[in-house]
Design a protein around this ligand. Structure first.
Ligand code: GTP
Ligand code: SPV
Ligand code: MN
Length: 586
């Protein structure tokens, strides 16, 4: 199976623990995929969609109790609890191993154990990292095949002596009471049980590429972030690359595939990644980004030709849809899609659709599709050296407080800006939706170690770069008193991206406020946009009273991390507070 003794021994040991009926080493081939699809069509875990409109597309309905990440059941198991920090659930490694191994004992009886070697990042990139996921879910194999570079070539990479992250996964009985996602960063090991869904089960994604990788990145001097990567090409053909961190279901996929408004002739957005970025200081003193993933696991509801045409063109062939609704003629359907709700719709649970039972598609229903199919996929996306990042953008979903866009004063203030991000919770994780919570760098659910150490690590990175990216904050989700979005969003976000690129080039007008530079009313290119002056003022407002209260909350949040919080962050709090106080006094 493999010439790598360490890997062969581990797989053998896991097989004797889990007792599968057979062990299958995945080669990632089309033939293998077809066999898996046939198996799933037979057992009903996949439904074939209409091949005339959706060639080679399938619908998967997950267990209704297993539709999102489970943050309360996700643990970081470090020897020292302080290293996991107040931002993570923690369990002692011995206890966690005991618990998980008890669940794993005999869990694959009558099932096939799939061994998936995978590579996160482009082939032949010094920044790429390998992993091996063991799973009993053919659905996980089919999704991993789209999301990561799996199979023979990844195995060769491991066999040529590269280290790999070990991931164990079993769907178990899909019992929420027997469901855990455990990380052992000191052992480069992940143990997941009881869920077949997304980030809980596709271990290359959040578990490896963020939680374990962020730990490795800290010791090795780079960053693993919950960021999209895009290239913005101006009419003269110059491309500026930016990376943007927004919390789950807060607009990364949409921004990464943006189509500029008609008035922006000659401007193009190129997609490098939509969810995860690995950032490394390069030899020229700039920060370089790769996308460790090969596909998109994107939110379906709200996706349409109007909001995200590039995404709609990416879909429709070779895609797996999870928990969307189904039309009578075998097409996927969700709230916000272009086609009106048809007669005879089947909801995400396979029931005849009845509005009183909730939406037709689950709010966290998703599609899995190869990035190669995306019309805006960048030619640089597979570049082994990555793309140079000129701007880092943080953002959240906030109906008030945060203006449409502002620019941090320098790197240290940029780290503060990222560390103080707050956002309303979404359906991407189990729990209440719409609660404002602190989500530093959009990494609250994904940082594999103590946030205080993470902020300190961010602080050290800027000064190591001769040309650090400028840092910005955006908020597409500010609302008026009636609860309507003030900003049209989607393609119109181009106007904000253009301001950001101009600021990176030392152009575009801005006003200095205590929280950073905000565009003045002439700074944003609003050509072709019908927006009222008072709406714009409301979008760009930085209210000192509101921000004074916000700073109070930020200070309290930082205090939860005790003495480990970097002094530089506390200095930012003091500076902003005193500037706000003088504004209020004036
Ligand atoms: P994850 O995959 O969970 O990490 O999410 P994401 O950050 O990629 O979010 P995505 O782009 O999928 O958007 C999530 C939801 O927000 C979708 O329903 C979108 O339609 C909606 N959305 C995205 N961008 C905007 C925007 O600019 N304005 C508004 N109002 N909604 C948006
Ligand atoms: C997210 O929740 O941020 C996602 C989906 O991108 S999942 O793969 O489930 O993490
Ligand atoms: Mn995400």
């Amino acid at each position: 199976m493999t010439s790598n003794l360490e890997l062969a021994t581990w797989v053998e040991q896991m097989a004797s623990l889990m007792q599968p009926e057979a062990v299958h080493w995945c080669d990632g081939s089309e033939a293998e995929n077809q066999t898996l699809v046939e198996t799933m069509l037979k057992d009903g875990s996949l439904l074939k969609l209409n091949p005339e409109t959706h060639l080679n597309c399938y619908l998967h309905r997950s267990d209704p109790s297993d539709v999102a990440r489970v943050e309360h059941l996700t643990f970081v198991c470090t020897r020292n609890q302080e290293d996991a920090g107040p931002n993570n659930n923690w369990m002692a490694p011995e206890e966690a191993h005991r618990k998980m191994d008890a669940l794993y004992a005999g869990c694959m009886r009558g099932r096939v154990m799939y061994v998936i070697p995978y590579l996160m990042g482009p082939y032949d990139s010094p920044y790429s990292r390998a992993g091996v996921e063991i799973t009993d879910s053919p659905y996980v194999v089919a999704n991993m095949r789209i999301m990561a570079r799996i199979g023979t070539r990844a195995l060769r990479h491991i066999e040529s002596g590269n280290s790999f992250v070990r991931g164990l996964h079993s769907v178990g009985e899909l019992d929420p009471e027997r469901r855990f996602i455990m990380h052992f960063p000191e052992e480069l090991l992940i143990k997941s049980f009881g869920s077949g869904y997304g980030g809980n089960a596709l271990l290359g994604k959040k578990c490896h590429a963020l939680r374990i990788a962020s730990w490795q990145a800290r010791t090795e001097g780079w960053l693993a972030e919950h960021m999209l990567i895009l290239g913005l090409e101006d009419p003269a053909g110059n491309t500026t690359y930016v990376a943007a961190a927004f919390p789950s279901a807060c607009g990364k996929t949409n921004l990464a595939m943006l189509v500029p408004p008609a008035a922006f002739k000659g401007w193009k957005v190129w997609t490098v990644g939509d969810d995860i970025a690995w950032l490394h200081p390069g030899p020229d003193g700039r920060l370089y980004a790769i996308n460790p993933e090969a596909g998109f696991f994107g939110v379906a509801p709200g996706t349409s030709m109007k909001t995200n045409p590039n995404c709609m063109s990416t879909l429709g062939r070779n895609a797996i849809y999870t928990n969307v609704a189904l039309t009578p003629d075998g097409k996927p359907w969700w709230e916000g899609i272009d086609d009106p709700e048809p007669e005879g719709l089947t909801d995400w649970q396979g029931r005849s659709f009845d509005r009183s039972q909730g939406p037709a598609a689950h709010p966290n229903s998703r599609f899995t599709v190869s990035a190669q199919q995306c019309p805006s996929y960048s030619v640089e996306a597979n570049s082994p050296g990555g793309v140079p990042i000129s701007a880092i953008i943080f953002g959240g979903r906030r109906s008030s407080v945060a203006p449409l866009v502002y620019e941090a004063l320098d790197w240290a203030h940029g780290v503060f800006t990222g560390a103080s991000v707050a956002s309303e919770t979404t359906a991407a994780a189990v729990g209440q939706v719409g609660q404002v919570r602190r989500d530093p760098m959009a990494m609250k659910p994904f940082c594999g170690y103590n946030f205080a150490d993470y902020w300190a690590h961010w602080n050290t990175l800027g000064p190591r770069l001769a040309h650090p990216p400028k840092v910005f904050h955006v908020n597409w989700f500010r609302k008026d008193a009636e609860g309507r979005y003030l900003w049209p969003g989607f393609g119109e976000n181009m106007r904000v991206l253009k301001w950001i690129v101009e600021r990176c080039a030392g152009e575009a007008a801005a006003l200095r406020t205590p929280i950073g530079h905000v565009p003045d009313l002439s700074g944003l290119d609003l050509a072709g946009l019908d927006i009222r002056r008072n709406t714009l003022e409301a979008l760009l407002a930085v209210d000192p009273t509101v921000w004074h209260r916000e700073m109070e909350e930020i200070a309290q949040y930082f205090a939860e991390f005790g003495a480990r919080v970097p002094e530089a962050l506390l200095q930012q709090v003091e500076r902003i507070r005193s500037e706000l106080a003088s504004q209020l006094a004036a």
